[in-house]
Design a binder for this molecule. Sequence first.
Ligand code: XMP
Length: 528
Amino acid sequence: MSQKSLKKERDPSIIILDFGSQYSELIARRIRETNVFSLVVSNQISIEAINEITPKGIILSGGPNSVYDENAPKCDEKIFNLGIPILGICYGMQLMVKELGGTVKPAIRKAEYGRAPISIDIESDLLSKVKDQSIMWMSHGDSIAFLPDGFQKIAHTENTLHAAISHKQRKLFGVQFHPEVIHSEFGMTVIKNFVYSVCNCEADWTTETFLDETIPIIKNQVRDKKVLLALSGGVDSSTLAFLLNKAIGKQLTCMFIDQGFMRKNEPEFLMDFFDKKFQIKVEYVNARERFIRKLKGITDPEEKRKIIGREFIRVFEEESNRLGPFQYLAQGTLYPDVIESAGTNVDPKTGERIAVKIKSHHNVGGLPKDLQFKLVEPLRKLFKDEVRKVGTALGLPDEIIKRHPFPGPGLAIRILGEVTDEKLNCLRDADLIVRDEIKNAGLYDNIWQAFAVLLPVKTVGVMGDKRTYSWPIVLRCVSSEDGMTADWSKIPFEILERISNRIVNEVVQVNRVVYDITSKPPGTIEWE
Ligand code: XMP
């Protein structure tokens, strides 16, 4: 490990200049899938910063503007003279064309959205092995009218004359389609061609290289100081616990605050797993009574969330004072949180977008400043799928790696209205049945989340010869890529039937099960 890599984190091989596309993050993910490290940076990055990073390639992202808009975002035009290969995607290509002397116009016939078969005109490094007439995903209003000197058209579609362009000597390329979206049939081929054939990147971004580089960086940052980690048992905090345990061992203290809103057997499982099985010291804080007392009589969802958040911070403060002092707080912040919460806040030196706040929906979010922790965030450059790989490499079992997301406020936001011990116990039993049956049916890994929600109303039923008057349980199963949008899962009727039968028979206070068939939007995944 060289002195340089001890001090400094890895520079990206490919930087993506962001012009406001909803796909900028996706481009970075796709490039990383080819084992090449890439980061999204501001379009305002300076030439000096680029020279310092020395990327092997640059991508100019798409964006919502027209290049002729008054406030259309631009980058330093000297970027085209650096001798670094550039790929402009959609807006990025149009900007490159305009800056180098060509012209862009509103599309002659009509805007082009959706799938379009592409016709390859000329062989090129960029489109090598892309099948003629394969489908690429288009989403644009403007098109190129005239190419700058030295450029040639390498592909077209029925509606777009310049679907792909190149300047062979200067290694400048542009595509009007979006190679990063899954609907582009040969999109990954285009991305691989760019990073390997055009930019000569090496496939050196792997879980092993991440661990080799990150562990010394953590050691170097923390030195002999103490680190506190709020463990929730989710993938991120669990991976972080394993990573820090490997890097700094006994200097790490994990704290698990049991608010009383966990799933059945979950606190016991976590303590057993981390503390006993892996000897990772976890301080168990039983705060169940405090939380349920605070929620007495509270029915408004936002108020519940706020009370839970505030109480969490209080318990966290008290306990960290009791166990500390700690100089560092470990956070499971991931790369999407960094880009999304950073907005336009840019590191003036590197142009990298930087986080301005602690992950807002994280349990420890909003910690008061006077706690005076410095942050350790070794996962902040990783996407979720990369975290899972790191966790697996560190020895975390699938039971943790593949578990569904679980909200910080836990079951408290899955009991509509006031939360009581009786309702919590009821929901825990129903929830366990849902999880068991979804797992038994082999559906768990293909579903984003599957859970039960308790409604605070009573409905009439009949069991044996007796009339019942009890709560209904809502079954919610959704598929999703990232939790931002979701669709309800088309679970086979037999499985729904089994889950319903078991819940009404085994959970005493429940006499009815309904299935939620709402997508997000307009619904949300959780009910509160
Ligand atoms: P919604 O209900 O907004 O949920 O569609 C999107 C995803 O976020 C999870 N979620 C939370 N996660 N703290 C968390 O850590 C929270 O307060 C919270 N609320 C919702 C939800 O489970 C889903 O995966």
